[in-house]
Design a protein around this ligand. Sequence first.
Ligand code: HDE
Length: 709
Amino acid sequence: MPPRKSPSKPNPPLPSKNEQLEPYRMHQEDTVLTTDQGIPISETDNSLKAGLRGPTLLEDFHFREKMMRFDHERIPERAVHARGAGAHGYFQVYESLERYTQARFLTDPSLKTPVFVRFSTVGGSRGSADTVRDVRGFATKFYTPEGNYDLVGNNMPVFFIQDGIKFPDFVHSVKPEPHNEIPQASSAHDSLWDFVSLVPETAHMVMWLMSDRAIPRSFRHMEGFGVHTYRLVNAKGKATLVKFHWKPVLGTHSLVWDEAQKVSGKDPDFHRRDLWDTIESGNFPEYELGLQLIPEGDELKYGFDLLDATKLLPEELVPVQKVGKLVLDRNPDNFFAETEQVAFCVSNVVPGIDFTNDPLLQARIFSYLDTQLTRLGGPNFAELPINKPVCPVHNHQQDGFGRQAINTSRANYHPNSLGGGCPVLANPKSAFVHRQERVEGHKIRARSGSFADHFSQATLFYNSLSKPEREHLVAALEFEVSKVEREEIRERVVNKVLVNIDRDLAVRVANAVGVAPPKLGKQPESKPVSKLTASPALSQLNTPHDSILTRKVAVLVADGFAGRELAQVRKTLEGMGAILEVVGPTLGPVASADGGEEKPLRTYQTASSVLYDAVYVPGGERSVATLKKVPLAVDFVREAYVHCKALALSGAATSMLDAAGFSTPMAKGLDDSLGVIRSAKNETRGFGQMFAKAIAAHRHWAREAPGPA
Ligand code: HDE
């Protein structure tokens, strides 16, 4: 695009749709280039030199400012959760929860509370790939009328350790190793498994990390959990213990491991792009806020300690009540200013929400505030636009690097008379008041006995998975532990951890990683503490499978494809909210057999089956003959089959399955076995509907090859 001409007169900036809330959002349309001091600049491509071929002059303040600013663009990335993507939106409660809490955003159903959400991986650097095996962060900043509330959660309901003092040890072990900074964004290495094998409290969370939850299909298809037990407090001061959940409206779905690894190469921004694109297309991601409410005093009622963050509270024991909806409807304008500078602090709570004595939570209350000092360069980070509350902020905090507010009062202390006593103390009824809790005990550096069982919930999780999910978990363990170089660590993982979770699991992993299987008769170290042997809510098979909204379907074409058939299938699928992308040999028009044409959005080179939820090859003798000669096109069908995705093949295209190496007999007419929809003729009535049903099922595990996919 040619550079825009300078306007004769600078126009006023365009009004922002959020001008009232966010006056700092800067629009560059119809503006003139200036220095940071506002001095207009008419040339920025040549530095000021002594002679055309002479040295650059120190006097060139524009050059020096531009270079100085560039030299200092980077800030430290987050110590954990460095890789992330964010979005704006709102939260609205369905009905007042005043019985439980006085928090305005949870008691006023007419209130749309603005939010900013940041999703993240944990271990990788800022530029690492999205689809690595990892926990995902799900952090929400609610800009409430009573100040900011941050719910800083993960997509798994438990954590690796019980006491925050072990967090630096755990994080050091999972991050790339210190001598060579390898591997990036991966837990499959000696130091993590060394730690796991020596710290049994990690067992439950490690099972989640090895499960499909660690490779979500997208941020829109994963649950969120507050993890800790928090407290809700109502206006009368009555408290109720609470566990927070986010339930994605589209259900909880995952990739398969082979696919996730390939996506890391084909599109390292897969999750970030998915979030961005769906918001741009108006398909706003939605999650329901769920609460598990527990009477105070019941901390130990369930056979484990609710203050222990390595335990979940099964939904079958205390149901999750859905109380409100989170909608993400706006992409950030600027990644750095918003997604990078947002500072979530577990200590940000509003009146009506309080902490518990969970020792992991207690450490987090300190850590998040502390870490921002280095990351955001000083104590004034709450004044950055993305962190600024929407309600007034008044106190006697002052100075420090990057101070924005200009306090005009002479009184910068409390109490004062010079400033009329202002800001005056808030009425305790509407202020945050730490809930009075009786605490008694010896000063002691030890762990409560109620935290001692490390394995029974790991077993509960394993037993709650469906067969395919369990097989994936075993394969993940085999993969990860096989990458551990030290045999004694592999041996300890099997004999100190896995055998206490499930003996068969331990034997299978032992065999795969070349260590002696545990001896028969070896008893697990802990006994189940609850009668519950399985929690169906933990299996992703029991999540909604009823929608194809935003599911991406690749349509493979070459000259001679069945155009009318494609139009029909497109109408059906798009009518149900799916997104079809035509993939062709080039971006040039592709002619259909019936006189029409399609302009592909992608080519076999730039797309890949792993970037889609389903693959469709329309009929057309000539088109299919061409596709069969293109290995990348055949790979589409092969990989979609191996990754258990819905496949639709019509007319001549039914032979693509043989070309991909999977010869299965086919019924006359329509065949829909194992999520592969085949029609002998070019499209038959019901073909599109059947395909839609197969896509909604997410994956067809019966097709899965034995062993790792
Ligand atoms: Fe974090 N964690 N964490 N964490 N965490 C950070 O804070 C920490 C834990 C979580 O998108 C850091 O601002 C400690 C549990 C998310 O900006 C840091 C402990 C859960 C994010 C920190 C934990 C989380 C972070 C790094 C154990 C789920 C990303 C940068 C006591 C409930 C937020 C930052 C974002 C980030 C400390 C454990 C979730 C260093 C000490 C449990 C989603 O302060």
